[in-house]
Design a protein around this ligand. Structure first.
Ligand code: ZN
Length: 106
């Protein structure tokens, strides 16, 4: 059975079941969730330590990453255009490097 507030599994033999006036059954894992739900009247989606919040955050991150990926692709294509010059430079530097290594070997 999962807690109605935090969304995590309730261990057997622990927790509370509340039967509300509007025929709703609320399963709670402990006093923490009970207080947050009824006394503090917090919303699971906006409470940082609940599974619901984690899921919402994951969704948000996924959408943001998707946006970032599209931006990165654009950036990569720009880099590719600029790369040919860099490659020749790196080859020259490598050639210098190898010659330096050979001279050291001698
Ligand atoms: Zn809970």
């Amino acid at each position: 059975m999962k807690c109605s507030f935090c969304g995590y599994e309730i261990e057997r033999g622990t927790g509370k079941i509340k039967f509300m006036k509007d025929e709703k059954v609320v399963h709670l894992c402990g006093t923490k969730c009970e207080k947050n739900m009824f006394k503090l009247r917090r919303i699971p989606r906006e409470t940082a330590w609940t599974a619901d919040y984690k899921a919402a955050k994951a969704m948000r991150m996924a959408t943001e990453q998707h946006k970032d990926h599209s931006n990165q692709k654009k950036a990569k294509s720009e880099v590719r255009k600029a790369k040919p010059e860099q490659k020749t430079q790196s080859r020259q530097s490598q050639a210098v490097h190898s010659s330096a290594v050979e001279s050291r070997a001698k």
